[in-house]
Design a protein around this ligand. Structure first.
Ligand code: NAP
Length: 317
C-alpha cells in the first residue's frame, strides 16, 4: 500500500494474524487492541490488573462483538511475570507482532525500586519490554513478525544521563521518564541492527503517539472516563494534542503496514498530532554507541540474552 493511501480508520484485513499488546487495559494500548480487533486480528490483550483487563476486553466486545480476543496477565515491571507470560505465548503458533506499549507516564515523585531491584520507571517501560521481546523472538521469527517499541518526543527535547540509567543519584519524575524513553527507543533501534546482523527475520520498529491526552479521548465504559477537569485541560491544549485513539495510529501502522520496515521511526505527521507517517528520531536514540551501551545494560539488568544473536542456529517452526 502506498504510504499516502494509508487510512488509519480502515486497516488492511488482519484475519489470521496474531498480535500481543502490553498495557491493553487503558490509553493507547486499549485503542490499539480495538483497532486490531476491528481489522479481524487475533489480539492477545495483556495487563497487570485482571479486573481492568477484563473490563477492557468487555469494552472491545461491546464495539466489536465478533472480536477474536485472548487475555494474558503481564506486569512489565516484574521479570518473573514477563517470563511467565512469554512462556504462555511462546508455546503456540507464530506471533505476527508485539506492541511494547505499557508504560508509566506519570512517574512517582520519589525513586522506587522493583522486586528485581531496578528503578521502577525504566524497569516498567524499557527492561520488561526488552526481556519480553527477547523471549518472544522465536514466535515472532516463526511468523516473520515485528516488534514495535514506544518512543516519545521527550527524547528530542530533554537531556538524559548516559552513565546512570536508573538515576541512583539524581532522580526526578520527569528525568526518570526521559531516561526510560531514551532506553526504550535506543533498544528498539539496536535490536534492529542486531537482528539484521544475525539475519533474524523479525523487524524492530520505534513509534511514538505524539501528544495524546485522556482529556481529549472519548468516554468508554470501564476504560476511559475523563473528568471534567481533564476535559478542560485537554481543551486548552487542543491545538497541540490529540486523543489516545489517534495516538494509537502510528504504533499500529508500524505494527501492521506491510511497507513498514525495521529501523524506522513512525509518528504523527505534525509531531504531536496527525496522520501516522515516517518521522525523524532524536539522534541520541539511533546512536550505535548509545544502543550498544543500553543493550549491555539491559542484558545485565534482566540477566537475559536474546536468542539467535550470538551464532545460535535459528530454527523456524
Ligand atoms: N500519551 C502520550 O502522549 C504519550 C507520548 C509519548 C509516549 N507515550 C507512550 O505510550 C505508551 C502508552 O501511554 P498512554 O498515554 O496510553 O498511557 P496510559 O493511558 O497511562 O496507559 C498506560 C498503560 O500501561 C499500563 N501499565 C503501566 N504499568 C504497567 C506494568 N507494570 N505492567 C503492565 N502494564 C502497565 C497501564 O496499566 P494500569 O492501568 O494497570 O496502570 C495502562 O494500561 C507509554 O509507553 C508511553 O510512554 C505516550
Amino acid at each position: 500500500m502506498a504510504r499516502d493511501e494509508w487510512d488509519p480508520r480502515k486497516l488492511p484485513d488482519l484475519t489470521g494474524r496474531r498480535y500481543l499488546v502490553t498495557g491493553s487495559n487503558a490509553g493507547l494500548g486499549f485503542f490499539a487492541c480495538l483497532q486490531l480487533a476491528e481489522a479481524g486480528a487475533h489480539v492477545i490483550m495483556s495487563a497487570r490488573n485482571p479486573s481492568r483487563l477484563s473490563r477492557a476486553r468487555a469494552a472491545i466486545l461491546a464495539q466489536v462483538p465478533d472480536a477474536d480476543l485472548e487475555t494474558l496477565a503481564l506486569d512489565t515491571s516484574n521479570l518473573g511475570s514477563v517470563r511467565a507470560a512469554a512462556a504462555t505465548v511462546r508455546g503456540r503458533v507464530g506471533l505476527h507482532g508485539v506492541l511494547l506499549n505499557a508504560g508509566i507516564v506519570h512517574p512517582p515523585k520519589t525513586r522506587e525500586v522493583t522486586l528485581d531491584g531496578h528503578e521502577l520507571v525504566i524497569a516498567t517501560n524499557a527492561l520488561g519490554h526488552y526481556a519480553l521481546a527477547g523471549a518472544l523472538l522465536p514466535a515472532l521469527a516463526a511468523a516473520l513478525g515485528r516488534m514495535v517499541w514506544l518512543g516519545s518526543v521527550s527524547t528530542m527535547l530533554f537531556p538524559w544521563d548516559p552513565v546512570d540509567p536508573e538515576l541512583v543519584n539524581d532522580y526526578t519524575p520527569w528525568r526518570a521518564y526521559v531516561q526510560s524513553k531514551v532506553a526504550t527507543s535506543a533498544l528498539g533501534f539496536e535490536a534492529d541492527r542486531r537482528l539484521r546482523a544475525a539475519s533474524v527475520p523479525v523487524a524492530s520498529i520505534v513509534a511514538h503517539p505524539g501528544y495524546s491526552l485522556g482529556g481529549r479521548t472519548r468516554r468508554i465504559a470501564g476504560v476511559s472516563a475523563p473528568s471534567r477537569r481533564k476535559r478542560f485541560i485537554g481543551g486548552l491544549q487542543a491545538p497541540i494534542s490529540q486523543s489516545k485513539e489517534r495516538g494509537a495510529w502510528a504504533p499500529i501502522r508500524a505494527l501492521v503496514d506491510p511497507d513498514a520496515e525495521g529501523g524506522q521511526f513512525w509518528g504523527p505527521a505534525r509531531t504531536y498530532t496527525g496522520a501516522p507517517t515516517l518521522g525523524k528520531p532524536s539522534p541520541v536514540t539511533t546512536d550505535p554507541d548509545v544502543g550498544a551501551r543500553m543493550w549491555h545494560y539491559a542484558e545485565h539488568a534482566t540477566r537475559t540474552e536474546w536468542p539467535y544473536l550470538k551464532g545460535k542456529k535459528l530454527r523456524l517452526r
